[in-house]
Design a protein around this ligand. Structure first.
Ligand code: HPA
Length: 281
């Protein structure tokens, strides 16, 4: 495990990816638990397994395939991360967020982050989608901010502003996309935890009090690193389960993957419409 990565090391990963690319990607897409099926829509993809890229964290979790695809998705040139690595797998924050930095160095300025999340907001149902309007970086606040360590000035400043992590223009495109397709799109605050254990009922009641609508084990570090380097980010959570605030039901990874089947077609529709819209000058 490498706690910090230097720019030279990040650029070794960039070189390995760039050497395989046949087109310049403009949008990065990270697919969360059970959502990897979206990658099947990429046309004529160049496929790069994670183990071919120096320093790249391997996915060890079922539901995360572990490869990069570069190709055309709904007319946009995309780089798709089919499966991500998580802090709970034992990776450092620098490793977990390396893919975002590689995307930035490859010239990608628009990032779409997806994840599976548990609903804390009682209005949310499994199978629905939430637009992330803001996040609570609980893991960052308690010491594991992905920007901890030597600042890489080439990406951004030591003390970056986080008042607008999720781009308002992209959020508006997602709203229009969902409304146009008749998809219910919630809007709320995603709270990122470390996992891998799911939350206790008391954890969940605490998260509700502090203003979280959905909870998960990813996305926040990537969004912070993207914001640091001036990328614009769209965050979409697939609601896979209702948080068990009263302690009377169990939460399982199988349930999360199962809900993904309902969520993928909705995310696909929203992302298709956003990508097409982005191509209109
Ligand atoms: N808690 C944390 N992470 C999750 C959940 C959850 O309930 N569902 C999917 N990812």
């Amino acid at each position: 495990m490498r706690e910090f990565l230097t720019l030279a090391e990040i650029d070794q990963a960039v070189q390995a990816v760039r050497a395989k690319l046949t087109a310049q990607p403009t949008v990065g897409l990270v697919l969360g638990s059970g959502l990897g099926g979206l990658a099947e829509r990429v046309e004529n993809p160049v496929v790069i397994p994670y183990d071919a890229i120096p320093f790249w964290p391997q996915s060890t979790v079922p539901g995360h395939v572990g490869r990069l695809l570069c190709g055309s998705l709904f007319g946009a040139q995309v780089l798709v991360q089919q499966g991500r690595a998580h802090f709970y797998e034992g990776y450092s924050m620098a490793e977990v967020t390396l893919p975002v930095r590689v995307m930035k160095r490859l010239g990608i300025d628009t990032l779409i982050l997806t994840n599976a999340a548990g609903a804390i907001n009682p209005a949310y149902q499994p199978g629905e989608v939430m637009l992330i309007t803001d996040h609570i970086s609980l893991v960052g606040m308690t010491g594991f901010n992905p920007l901890r360590g030597p600042n890489l000035d080439e990406f951004g400043p030591r003390f970056p502003d986080m008042s607008q992590v999720y781009d308002r223009g992209l959020a508006e495109l997602a709203r229009t996309a969902a409304a146009g397709a008749g998809i219910r799109l919630h809007e709320g605050v995603y709270c990122g935890l470390s996992g891998p254990s799911f939350e206790s009922p008391a954890d969940l009641r605490f998260l509700r009090v502090i203003g979280a609508d959905a909870v998960g084990m990813s996305t926040v570090p990537e969004a912070i690193v993207a914001r640091h380097s001036g990328m614009r980010t769209l965050g979409l959570s697939g609601i896979s389960n209702k948080a068990n605030l009263d302690g009377n039901t169990l939460t399982t990874h199988e349930e999360v993957l199962e809900a993904g089947k309902m969520i993928v077609p909705k995310l696909e529709t929203i992302i298709e419409r956003v990508l097409r819209r982005l191509q209109v000058p």
